[in-house]
Design a protein around this ligand. Structure first.
Ligand code: ADP
Length: 402
């Protein structure tokens, strides 16, 4: 069983081909700058030379065609024919209240994804383009959609409702949906497995911190609260996103600076966060380097980032009346031992005892970074959203066939 996992953005398309017999990756790659005349396709077949092609790729249809050509190419291909791809799994950002789990693509699924365009105007239309392009190029191959929001559909009303007029929920479904659900789900399960403890018994706080970031309270294996909101802007301070702020700032700044809705949206999503405070970069590596050199703006950006993350951990400990395990994952969470150390050294009131040596170890496997006596176990668990998509696709497609 070979499964192609596709993650379509508005101008990019990432792919990964799995052989599900042993969950090995046969090839992966990325098409960037779709819609521009010099699009770049980077194809990485396992065990063969990487290939980069620059050409005009105006839409997702052409992007998929080129990816399929790469996968079946005589020299750098990994398949004899496209027929060897048994199913395709797509990442879709927003499943709204429709999707509590991954789903097979059919007419009804597509209608619902379209109905959610308003809630994810950048992401869901891009995913739809990927689905349509797959249908055109691989007719008859079953497709499955895996939603970033689905894992959080278990949140209770008290966690997902905003304290604003109810009519806005009734009419427009304004509520918290969260994101990175696939990752929070994966790392919380992996943590329980690593600790050899039943997931049902555990209170876990998962910190997915990359360019975007979110924290989730996972109690008994289900999401009970998460820091991202109706959109991925709420919650933690991120690379270029503000995270939480007083909502009154929005009309105030719009008024003072004569900003349009689009401009203020862009300010909060693209020109805030680490980038705005440091004035140099949205990349945590640059911020850490700046702070180490004593640059005051980088130091403030770093301190704010850590402080806000730590406050969410405290808040979710209160939400669950305790915490057994804290998990760090994604680009910053997996790689920045310094950030983890700073957070954990300020959480000693929870009985956390950091194992400084273990925290410095780099590895692609789940690992513990606290001492055996630590009251709360802290783990670093590399996330693998593509693998979850491949597994879900496999499960759903096997279900149909069986
Ligand atoms: P995305 O949210 O785009 O999926 P990733 O999870 O790949 O992002 O995280 C990317 C971020 O991880 C980078 O912007 C960078 O700040 C951070 N990062 C990667 N390696 C390190 C490192 N060694 N130290 C600190 N931060 C790192």
């Amino acid at each position: 069983m070979n499964i192609l996992v596709i993650n379509s953005g508005s101008s990019s398309l990432k792919y990964q081909l799995y052989n599900m017999n042993d969950e090995s990756v046969l090839a992966k790659g990325l098409v960037e700058r779709i819609g521009m005349d010099s699009s770049i396709l980077t194809h990485k077949p396992t065990g063969k030379q990487d290939v980069t092609e620059v050409s005009e790729i105006l839409e997702h249809n052409t992007a998929i065609r080129k990816v399929l050509a790469c996968l079946t190419d005589k020299e750098h291909g990994v398949l004899a024919s496209i027929d060897e791809i048994n199913a395709v799994g797509h990442r879709v950002v927003h499943g709204g209240e429709f999707f509590k789990a991954s789903a097979l693509v059919d007419a009804d699924t597509k209608t619902k994804i379209r109905q959610l365009f308003d809630l994810a105007p950048l992401h869901n239309p891009a995913a739809m383009m990927g689905i349509t392009a797959t249908e055109v190029n691989m007719p008859g191959v079953p497709q499955v959609v895996v939603f970033d929001t689905a894992f959080h559909q278990t949140m209770p009303e008290k966690a997902f409702m905003y304290a604003i007029p109810r009519v806005l929920y009734n009419k427009y479904k304004v509520r918290r949906y969260g994101a990175h659900g696939t990752s929070h789900d994966f790392v919380s399960k992996a943590a329980a497995e690593y600790l050899e403890r039943p997931l049902e018994d555990l209170k876990i706080i998962t910190c997915h911190i990359g360019n975007g970031g979110s924290v989730t309270a996972v109690q008994g294996g289900i999401s009970v609260d998460t820091s991202m909101g109706m959109t991925p802007l709420e919650g933690l301070m991120m690379g270029t996103r503000s995270g939480d702020l007083d909502p009154a700032i929005v009309p105030y700044v719009m008024n003072k600076e004569e900003l349009s809705v689009g401009e203020v949206n862009s300010m909060l999503n693209k020109h805030s966060g680490l980038l705005a405070i440091s004035g140099i970069s949205s990349d945590m590596r640059d911020i850490e380097a700046g702070a180490e050199k004593g640059d005051p703006n980088s130091t403030l950006a770093y301190d704010m980032y850590e402080y806000r993350l730590r406050k969410y951990i405290g808040s979710y400990t209160a939400a669950m009346n305790g915490v057994d395990v804290i998990v760090f994952t994604a680009g910053v969470g997996e790689n920045s031992s310094k950030l983890r150390e700073k957070v954990l050294k300020n959480l000693t009131f929870l009985g956390i005892e950091l194992d400084e040596e273990a925290n410095k170890v780099r590895s692609g496997d789940p690992r513990r970074i606290t001492t055996v006596n630590s009251k709360v176990q802290v783990l670093v668990v590399p996330t693998n959203e593509e693998l979850v998509i491949a597994r879900d696709t496999n499960r759903i497609v096997q279900g149909i066939n069986g």
